[in-house]
Design a protein around this ligand. Structure first.
Ligand SMILES: NC(=O)c1ccc[n+]([C@@H]2O[C@H](COP(=O)([O-])OP(=O)(O)OC[C@H]3O[C@@H](n4cnc5c(N)ncnc54)[C@H](OP(=O)(O)O)[C@@H]3O)[C@@H](O)[C@H]2O)c1
Length: 361
C-alpha cells in the first residue's frame, strides 16, 4: 500500500495518519487502484456497488462499515468547550480533521461559536447537570453522525469549589459533585450508544489533584478522585465492546480557571459566617494566591489539546496521560515521602500556616 507516496504528493485526499486505526484505510486496503496507489476516492467507489448494497442491506454491521467508509470524517463531542482546555481541544481536534461537536453551557458562547462559522465545529448546548440539554445534544449529534456513531467523547467540563471544609455550605460541596462527577456520568450514559457504534473513545479529564489533597481544595480534590475511580470502573466495564476509556490528568494548566478561582473565593468568603471568615480568611486567601500563581506559570492549554489528540488517535491509547509541569513527579512525591514531611511541604507551598496566627481577618 503506498499511502506514503500520496502524502508526499500532498493529495487532499490523502488519509492522515490519525485515521490509521480507523475505517477508510482498511476499506482502501481492500480496494487498491490498478497502479497500487490508494486514495479515499478509491475507497468510496467500490466495484460491484449493487452487490455490495444488497449485502449491506441484509447485514447491518456491513452497512455500518460502508457508511463509515462513505463518511470518513469522524465525530467527537467536547464538553466545556467555551474556554480553556475545552476550547483548545475543540480547535486541535477540528484542525486534525475531526468533526467536533463543541458543547457549551451558555447561550452566548453557543452563538459566538456559531458566528465563527468553522465547518468542522458544530456548537451544541449542553449543561452536564441538565438532563434536557443532554437529551437534546445526543439527538443533534445522533442526527448528524448517523449510524457511523461517535469516535470520541471528551469529558472536560468542570468547576472548582474550594474553601474551608469546616464552614463550606453542603450545597456548594454537592454542586461540586453534581458537575464533576454525576454530570459526567450522565453525559457518558447518554452518549454511550453512539460511542459503541464506532468503538469510540471516552476521554475523561481528571486532575493531578485526585492523587493528593490540598488544604482548602477538599471538594475539588474529592470530586476528581471520585471521577478517576468512576473512569477506572468504566474502562473495565466497556473493554468488552472495544470502547477505550482514557484518563487525562492535568497539573497546572494556564486557563481562565485561575481567575475564576480568585473571583469565586471572594464570594465564598463573603458567604461564610463571621466566625468562619475570622478563622480562615487569611490562610484561605494565601492558598488561593499560591494556586493561582502555580496555574499562571503552568503549561498552555494547547499542551492538553495535543495529549487529547494523541489519546484519540493512538492505535492503542494509554489508560492514563499525565499532562503539565510536575504532573508525574507530584503524585510520586506525595506517595513516597513520609506523611509528616508531605504535609509540611503542602502547607508551605500553599502558604497555609501550621499554627493558627491571630484570629483577626
Ligand atoms: N487548568 C488546570 O490547571 C486544571 C488542572 C486540573 C484539572 N483541570 C480540569 O480541566 C477541565 C477544564 O478546565 P479549564 O482549566 O479549562 O477551566 P475553564 O476554562 O474554567 O473551563 C471549564 C469549562 O467547563 C464548563 N462548565 C462548567 N460547568 C458546566 C456545566 N454544568 N455544564 C457544562 N459545562 C460546564 C465551563 O463553561 P462556562 O464557561 O459556561 O462556565 C467551561 O467551558 C476541568 O475539568 C478542570 O477540573 C484543569
Amino acid at each position: 500500500m503506498r499511502i506514503a507516496n500520496d502524502r508526499q504528493h500532498g493529495s487532499p485526499l490523502t488519509p492522515r495518519p490519525m485515521f490509521a486505526p480507523g475505517h477508510f484505510i482498511r476499506e482502501a486496503a481492500l480496494d487498491p487502484s490498478p497502479d497500487g496507489r490508494v486514495s479515499i476516492e478509491t475507497a468510496r467507489r467500490p466495484r460491484g456497488a449493487a452487490r455490495v448494497a444488497e449485502s449491506a442491506r441484509r447485514d447491518p454491521a456491513r452497512r455500518d462499515a460502508r457508511e463509515r467508509a462513505a463518511n470518513p470524517v469522524r465525530a467527537v463531542v467536547v464538553t466545556g468547550a467555551s474556554s480553556g482546555i475545552g476550547r483548545a481541544c475543540t480547535l486541535r481536534l477540528s484542525e486534525a480533521g475531526f468533526l467536533v461537536f463543541a458543547a457549551v453551557r451558555n447561550p452566548r458562547d453557543f452563538e459566538e461559536l456559531g458566528r465563527e462559522g468553522s465547518e468542522r465545529v458544530v456548537p451544541i448546548r449542553l449543561d452536564v447537570t441538565d438532563p434536557e440539554t443532554i437529551t437534546a445534544a445526543v439527538r443533534t449529534v445522533g442526527e448528524r453522525a448517523g449510524a457511523a456513531g461517535l469516535a470520541g467523547l471528551v469529558n472536560n467540563a468542570g468547576i472548582a469549589i474550594t474553601g474551608p471544609l469546616e464552614f463550606l455550605p453542603l450545597d456548594d460541596i454537592r454542586r461540586q459533585f453534581e458537575v464533576n462527577v454525576f454530570g459526567q456520568i450522565a453525559v457518558i450514559q447518554a452518549f454511550l450508544p453512539l460511542l459503541r457504534a464506532d468503538h469510540g473513545r471516552i476521554i475523561n479529564v481528571g486532575s493531578v489533584g485526585a492523587r493528593f489533597a490540598l488544604p482548602f481544595a477538599g471538594p475539588l480534590n474529592a470530586s476528581k478522585a471520585a471521577f478517576e475511580l468512576v473512569s477506572d470502573s468504566l474502562r473495565l466495564e466497556l473493554r468488552q465492546w472495544g470502547v477505550p476509556v482514557v484518563l487525562v490528568s492535568p497539573a497546572a494548566i494556564r486557563t481562565s480557571a485561575g481567575s475564576k478561582l480568585v473571583r469565586d473565593s471572594e464570594s465564598t468568603l463573603q458567604r461564610l459566617s463571621a466566625a468562619g471568615r475570622s478563622l480562615y480568611a487569611a490562610p484561605y486567601r494565601g492558598f488561593v494566591q499560591a494556586l493561582h500563581g502555580l496555574e499562571a506559570h503552568g503549561a498552555g492549554p494547547e499542551v492538553m489539546a495535543s495529549t487529547v489528540l494523541r489519546a484519540m488517535t493512538a492505535r492503542v491509547p494509554r489508560r492514563r496521560y499525565p499532562v503539565g509541569p510536575r504532573s508525574r513527579l507530584l503524585p510520586f512525591l506525595f506517595d513516597t515521602l513520609p506523611a509528616g514531611l508531605a504535609d509540611r511541604l503542602r502547607l508551605k507551598i500553599f502558604h497555609v500556616p501550621s499554627r493558627a496566627a491571630s484570629a483577626a481577618e
